[in-house]
Design a protein around this ligand. Structure first.
Ligand SMILES: Nc1ncnc2c1ncn2[C@@H]1O[C@H](COP(=O)(O)OP(=O)(O)OP(=O)(O)O)[C@@H](O)[C@H]1O
Ligand SMILES: [Mg+2]
Length: 312
């Protein structure tokens, strides 16, 4: 193990994963790798197959064809071993509402060999429930129940935490909280978090990488840099006095330009090229009134890629 340098094995590998239910192909030849230590987003519209994929990952339903490897172990061939280091919340976690959060966790901890009370305390603190842990679960808010569920899934120190739509039903403050502690978990407990969602905006803030699926197929994988990268091409809008000569001048010089509205030309350019494009315009006698970068959110990109299709 220690000998392996550079080529670290992905914690999750889906290989040509396919699920057929009845006559329908719900998951269609889905392949992806999840590298360790990140928060990985699994994003897709309603009915795209997120829950179905996750249910196959944790062995709740069978795999029609293809493979799932967790830690290099096949979920098909080596289920017990593969699943050992996984914590998951697939449907709403079952909790005893008339017991306290602490009693619930102790109850689950007893079923897992080697989980000490110290560990329970540690994880309670990690999910920020220490103030309310001795209250009955029925008095908890939805967000607090979610956190208790995560605490339960984390008791045995899994290397991989799988959460199916954990933000469902949370208010913006709850989503923010969840986001913060998932990022903290990834960092402090050194775990990989695999989180599904159809909500785009918060995935953008929570995840290092996002896989986008639609109709059971992988459409795209994106790295979400938390920070900016100078060398990425972007769409830049130039506000000019006349779009046609502006467009002609730019394309004559090999720039990728587009007339988008009266007085507006868009150029697809890297940072340096923005200055170049401006120079081309000015030297061609075009008046430039404004230059602005069109920032596309993941949501825009997602709607663009999926064609805005939201299937239920
Ligand atoms: N047991 C089943 N029998 C028949 N069809 C199913 C079954 N389970 C899921 N499906 C279908 O598979 C597709 C994917 O469903 P799935 O629940 O995986 O989507 P999802 O991405 O989790 O959606 P959501 O965002 O609504 O949770 C849907 O069209 C659904 O109707
Ligand atoms: Mg689902």
């Amino acid at each position: 193990m220690e000998e392996e340098t550079g080529m670290e094995q992905p914690i999750v590998q889906l290989k040509n994963l396919t699920k057929v239910i009845g006559k329908r192909k719900i998951i269609d030849n889905l392949s992806l790798d999840v590298t360790r230590g990140q928060v990985f987003g699994f994003l897709g519209p309603n009915g795209s197959g997120k829950t179905t994929t996750i249910r196959m990952m944790v062995g709740l339903i069978s795999i029609t064809s293809g493979e799932i490897f967790i830690n290099g172990l096949s979920v098909k061939q080596n289920f017990e071993q593969a699943i050992r280091h996984v914590g998951a919340i697939v449907e709403n976690p079952e909790m005893y509402k008339y017991l306290t959060g602490w009693q619930n966790l102790i109850h689950f901890a007893r079923m897992i060999p080697g989980v000490t009370e110290h560990r329970v305390k540690e994880i309670v603190q990690m999910v920020g429930l220490e103030g309310r842990i001795h209250d009955k679960v029925k008095t908890y808010s939805l967000g607090m129940r979610q956190r208790l569920g995560v605490a339960q899934a984390m008791l045995h120190k899994p290397g991989l935490l799988i959460l199916d739509e954990p933000t469902n039903g949370l208010d913006p403050a709850g989503i923010r909280e969840l986001r913060d502690y998932l990022r903290r978990l990834a960092k402090e407990e050194n775990i990989t978090v695999f989180v599904s969602s159809h909500l785009l905006s918060e995935m953008e803030l929570m995840c290092d990488q996002v896989a986008i699926i639609q109709n059971g197929r992988l459409i795209d994988i994106r790295n979400l840099e938390h920070g900016s990268k100078g060398d990425q091409a972007m769409r830049v809008l130039f506000e000019v006095n006349a779009e046609q000569p502006a467009h002609a001048a730019l394309t004559a010089r090999g720039k990728q330009a587009e007339m988008v509205a009266p007085g507006v030309v868009a150029v697809f350019a890297q940072r340096e090229e923005i200055a170049e494009a401006n120079e081309i315009l000015v030297s061609s006698g075009v008046k430039v009134y404004g230059i602005r970068q069109q920032v596309k959110t993941l949501e825009d990109q997602f709607l663009e890629i999926t064609g805005g299709e939201q299937r239920v």
